[in-house]
Design a protein. Structure first.
Ligand SMILES: Nc1ncnc2c1ncn2[C@@H]1O[C@H](COP(=O)(O)OP(=O)(O)O)[C@@H](O)[C@H]1O
Ligand code: SF4
Ligand SMILES: [Mg+2]
Length: 330
């Protein structure tokens, strides 16, 4: 297994008290596999990724429990220097906002080239050639002419391609992409997502694709983990989850995607708002919004338990709902 996150907990000290941003998250990603992490804004997706990458702002953030095994090593026990070596070369991250992730005062050629001079000891000249190759690879037109341009001289979509090139430069085994297309126009979103999926297959890397948009994951993900209020509430192979969700929150997300075959039907929206993570409701955190909620939901936290049903052959389905059977067959 490439990456195994076990029972990860992250807290933030805030003026309103302790925010339990990540509340016992576990997931696994194999080599060559794409796991989509899905959930509304504020559910803890980015904080989980930052803890895994070792780039969590500490303070205010604090990892209070769990293990992050990467190729068998527990990253949370590595010294910062070893951690830095793993980051970039063996695992890399793609962020939503390319303007703040790229250095505005360095040309893209210098930034891409630095990956090879710093990590691979290449000469500046060779590194420059590799930079142009990479820009070609992510289909930036006229790469050889544009290698000396600065980030702000590129469009948002092209900049996002450059960030993908940076992440893939050293052929890492794992890439975490945090809402990589959210800031782009819809048509450009699809192109960038297709490119990322194509490179993922070609390099056989493990990809964690974080998104709040269920629409973008169907074609690219192998499995989905749905997050709510700092927990994973359902995980399943992507097609099984689409066919028959085993958690009312997932069902709500699915029912709120516009579908061509149901044109004209009113879109369902999950009522209410996600909770503040300083005041997570007792029992099932979703109960104030859940159409299936009953008394037990207000008092007992539902554990993430194995689901028997479509996709369960692989032992890969789980739901944190007391009434997952009803949801699955309802
Ligand atoms: N820098 C911070 N300071 C305090 N709390 C934070 C900080 N970053 C994140 N949090 C808390 O963690 C929660 C989850 O954030 P995040 O992981 O960014 O959500 P998302 O699922 O949208 O990526 C936030 O709702 C907030 O309560
Ligand atoms: S445990 Fe209860 S409140 Fe939570 S999702 Fe299931 S039915 Fe709804
Ligand atoms: Mg986020």
């Amino acid at each position: 297994m490439l990456l195994e996150v076990h029972d990860l907990h992250v807290e933030f000290g805030t003026r309103d008290g302790v925010a339990h941003a990540v509340n016992g998250v576990s997931y696994r990603v194999d080599a060559g596999e794409t796991l989509a992490v899905l959930g509304e804004s504020g559910s803890g997706k980015s904080v989980t990724a930052q803890a895994v990458m070792g780039i969590l702002d500490t303070p205010p953030g604090r990892i209070t429990g769990g293990r992050v095994l990467f190729q068998g090593r527990d990253l949370l026990r590595l010294k910062e220097e070893e951690r830095r070596r793993v980051r970039g070369a063996e695992m890399a991250m793609i962020f939503q906002d390319s303007l703040s992730a790229l250095n505005p005062v360095l040309t893209v050629g210098d930034q891409l080239g630095e990956m090879f001079t710093v990590h691979r000891g290449m000469s500046r000249r060779d590194a420059r050639l590799r930079a142009v190759e990479l820009m070609d690879r992510v289909r930036i037109p006229a790469a050889a002419q544009r290698v000396g341009d600065y980030p702000h001289q590129f469009s948002g979509g092209m900049r996002q391609r450059i960030m993908i090139a940076m992440a893939l430069a050293l052929e890492p085994a794992l890439v975490i992409a945090d809402e990589p297309t959210t800031a782009l126009d819809v048509t450009v979103q699809a192109q960038v997502m297709d490119l990322l999926a194509e490179l993922q297959r070609e390099y056989r890397m493990g990809l964690v694709l974080i998104t709040h948009d269920l629409g973008v994951v169907a074609d690219v993900a192998d499995r989905i983990a749905v997050m709510y209020a700092g927990r994973i509430v359902e995980t399943a192979p992507v097609h099984d989850l689409y066919k028959a969700p085993a958690h009312p929150y997932t069902r709500g997300l699915l029912d709120s995607i516009p579908r061509l075959d149901l044109k004209g039907r009113e879109l369902y929206a999950i009522q209410g708002m996600p909770p503040s993570l300083t005041r997570v409701p007792p029992g099932c955190a979703f109960h104030p919004r859940c159409p299936l909620a009953r008394d037990v939901c207000r008092t007992d936290v539902p554990p993430l338990q194995a689901v028997q049903g479509p996709g369960a052959e692989e032992g890969e389905r789980a739901s944190a709902c007391h009434f997952w059977r009803e949801c699955l067959h309802g």
